[in-house]
Design a protein around this ligand. Structure first.
Ligand code: UD1
Ligand code: UDP
Length: 364
C-alpha cells in the first residue's frame, strides 16, 4: 500500500495541507506527517492543529528559528534520518518555505518522489527567499500540483515536462470554504474586539524584504498612519512574530501603539482570522495566503509589495500591488476601498485536496 509522507513547518503550510490530510484520513490511506516546527509559538502552530482538528504529527523535528542556512541545515539532518528509515513512496510539500526546500532536497537525494503542492508560483524576484525555495522545490519534484494555468505556464517556460504538471487549483479554497461558515458561527472575535462589519481595515505584514529593512518598514508605518487619517477607519494589525521583533528593534513600536486608530494584537487563530478578513472593509498585506483568501472571499486587497506570485488576484480586479511609498499606498486604498468585486475565483472549486489524492492513488 502506498505510503505518503506529508511535511509541514509553518502556519500557512498547516492550513493548506489540512485538506490533503483530511482526504487521506477519509480514504484510510497510509500516511504520516513530519512537522519541522519552523513555527512553534502557540498562535503560529498548535492552534491550527486544534482548530483544523489535525492529528499529532508522527515526527516533530523541533527545529525552530535560525538563519536560513542553519534552519534549513538542521531540518535536512533530521529529515534524512526519518525519511531514510520510513522510505515513503512520496514526500508532499506545500508552498515556499525553508521547510519545503529541506524536505524536497532530502527526499530527492534519497530517490524518493516529491509532490509539490502550489507549484509554479513565481514573483521573478530572486531576492526573496521564498522564490529560491519554490524554484528549487519545483525542479526537484516529480509531481507538480499547479494551482492555475499561469503557474503551469511558469513551469513549462522553465523546461519542466508537461506530464509532471497537474493544474488542480489551490487547497486554500478547500480550507476557506470548509471553515468560513464554521468560523462565522463559532468565532467571537468581532464582539471581543468590539468591531463592526466594514468598520475597520485589516493589516498583516511579515515578508523579510519589508520588515527586516528599517527604511522600508518606516515607510509602511508612515503609510498606515496616513491611511487611518485619510480614510477615517481604524486599522487592526495581528502582528506576526518576525514583524513584532523588527518593529521593536527599529524603535517603531511606540509610534504604532501611540496612534489610537492603529490596534496591534497577537496573531489570531484561523477561524478568527477568516472572520476578520471577511468583515474587513479592505485588507492590506504582504502575505501570499491572505492575497488568495481575500480574492476567494471577495474582500478588496492592497498588497504592500512590488510584485506578486499571485497575479490571478490582480487579473480578476480584487488586488492591487502598490509597494510601500505612501502616495502609492493611499492611491491603492482609494481605488479598492469601495470597489464592487465580481464573484470570480481563479484558485479552483474547493476540491483540490481530493484531486491531488486522486492523482496519487492512480499513480502508485
Ligand atoms: C516563514 C517563511 C515564509 C512564510 C511565513 C509564514 C521562510 C524563508 N519563510 O517566514 O515564506 O510566508 O513563514 O508565516 O521559510 N518566530 C516566532 N515564533 C514562531 C515562528 C517565528 O517567534 O513560531 C519569530 C522568530 O523570531 C523568527 C522569526 O519569527 O526568527 C522569523 O521566523 P521564520 O520561520 O524564520 O520566518 P517567517 O518570517 O515566519
Ligand atoms: N492567518 C491566521 N492568523 C493570523 C494571520 C494569518 O490564521 O493572525 C492565516 C491566514 O488565514 C492564511 C495564512 O495564515 O491562511 C497566511 O499565512 P502567512 O501570511 O503567515 O504566510 P504566507 O501565506 O505569506 O506564506
Amino acid at each position: 500500500m502506498m505510503n505518503i509522507c506529508i511535511v509541514v513547518g509553518t502556519r500557512p503550510e498547516i492550513i493548506k495541507m489540512s485538506p490533503i490530510v483530511r482526504e487521506c484520513e477519509k480514504r484510510q490511506l497510509n500516511y504520516f506527517m513530519i512537522h519541522t516546527n519552523q513555527h512553534y509559538s502557540y498562535n503560529m502552530d498548535r492552534i491550527f492543529f486544534e482548530e483544523l482538528q489535525l492529528a499529532e504529527p508522527k515526527y516533530n523535528l523541533e527545529v525552530g528559528s535560525g538563519t536560513h542556512g542553519a534552519q534549513t541545515g538542521k531540518m535536512l539532518i533530521e529529515l534524512e534520518k526519518i525519511i531514510s528509515k520510513e522510505m515513503p513512496d512520496i514526500v508532499l510539500v506545500e508552498g515556499d518555505t525553508n521547510t519545503i526546500l529541506a524536505a524536497s532536497l532530502c527526499a530527492s537525494k534519497l530517490h524518493i518522489d516529491v509532490g509539490h503542492v502550489e507549484a509554479g508560483l513565481r514573483s521573478f524576484d530572486r531576492a526573496m527567499p521564498e522564490e529560491l525555495n519554490r524554484l528549487l522545490a519545483d525542479h526537484l519534484s516529480t509531481f507538480l500540483f499547479a494551482p492555475t494555468k499561469i503557474s503551469k505556464g511558469n513551469l513549462t517556460n522553465e523546461g519542466i515536462p508537461e506530464n509532471k504538471i497537474f493544474v488542480v487549483g489551490n487547497t486554500i479554497v478547500d480550507a476557506t470554504l470548509r471553515h468560513l461558515k464554521i468560523a462565522q458561527s463559532k468565532s467571537k472575535i468581532m464582539e471581543k474586539l468590539n468591531l463592526i462589519e466594514s468598520g475597520y481595515l485589516l493589516l498583516t505584514l511579515h515578508r523579510q524584504e519589508n520588515v527586516d529593512d528599517k527604511d522600508r518598514l518606516e515607510k509602511i508605518v508612515t503609510s498606515i498612519e496616513e491611511i487611518v487619517k485619510d480614510f477615517k477607519l481604524p486599522i487592526l494589525y495581528p502582528i506576526h512574530p518576525r514583524s513584532d521583533k523588527m518593529i521593536k528593534k527599529f524603535g517603531l513600536k511606540e509610534r504604532l501603539e501611540s496612534n489610537s486608530k492603529i490596534r496591534l494584537i497577537e496573531p489570531v487563530g484561523y477561524l478568527d482570522f477568516l472572520v476578520l478578513e471577511k468583515n474587513a472593509k479592505l485588507v492590506l498585506t504582504d502575505s501570499g495566503g491572505v492575497q488568495e483568501e481575500t480574492c476567494i472571499m471577495n474582500v478588496p486587497c492592497v498588497t504592500l509589495r512590488y510584485n506578486t506570485e499571485r497575479p490571478e488576484t490582480v487579473e480578476v480586479g480584487k488586488n492591487v500591488i502598490v509597494g510601500v511609498e505612501t502616495k502609492d499606498v493611499l492611491e491603492g486604498v482609494q481605488e479598492m476601498i469601495n470597489k464592487e468585486l465580481g464573484p470570480e475565483n481563479p484558485f479552483g472549486d474547493g476540491r483540490t485536496g481530493e484531486k491531488i489524492v486522486d492523482i496519487l492513488v492512480e499513480s502508485y
